[in-house]
Design a protein around this ligand. Structure first.
Ligand code: HEM
Length: 158
């Protein structure tokens, strides 16, 4: 089974015993924040009360009249962890994702793949299982947006 390695550590060992909202946490318990898993509807990022139909790819759920909807929790509030062990790479990660996605979308039309008969191939939306999951490979289509975009893309090839 193929699984990408992760830079980040999610699990923490709780040294003294403690109590949180009436739940007893014995000493040395392993604590893992439930950010989200591909099978879960209760994890923070798949909370149906906050994100209806949480497994649907639906970026518009974060928008209201073309702007960020303040009623919808920003997923970055949970995706990078919490408290003193929050991900120290979160600003690098967010900026890198932003510039990478913006660069791709400014130069390519991204869409579903077609087969040899010209029929649209629906993506599978399947994930590798695991604590940190990633999508299984799927076919899609990248088409340069213009002749100018082709020049920009070619200028980046070494
Ligand atoms: C989208 C990309 C990333 C996501 C979603 C992510 C998410 C996380 C999460 C959930 C944790 C655990 C926080 C906790 O226990 O509360 C974590 C920890 C960590 N991350 Fe990231 N991370 C990302 C990128 C990066 C990058 C680019 C770096 C380094 C350049 C990095 C370095 C670390 C380190 C060193 C820790 C352990 C921090 C500690 O235990 O004190 N991460 N990350």
């Amino acid at each position: 089974m193929q699984q990408r390695p992760s830079l980040c550590s999610l699990e923490h060992c709780f040294l003294p015993h403690d109590e949180y909202r009436g739940y007893r946490i014995p000493a040395n318990s392993v604590i893992i924040g439930t950010h989200g898993t591909e099978y879960s509807f209760s994890a923070i990022l798949h909370d149906e009360t906050m994100y209806p139909n949480p497994h649907k790819f639906d970026p518009e759920r974060f928008l209201l009249n073309g702007k960020l909807n303040p009623e919808i929790r920003d997923s970055a509030e949970a995706a990078f962890g919490f408290g003193k062990r929050i991900c120290p790479g979160r600003h690098v990660a967010s900026s890198t994702l932003w510039i990478t996605i913006a660069s791709v979308l400014s130069t390519f039309n991204v869409g579903k793949a077609t087969n040899e008969d010209g029929e649209v191939v629906e993506p599978t939306y399947e994930y590798f299982p695991g604590l940190v999951s990633s999508p299984r490979p799927f076919h899609c289509s990248f088409t340069p947006r213009s002749a100018q975009a082709v020049k920009v893309i070619q200028s980046t090839a070494q």
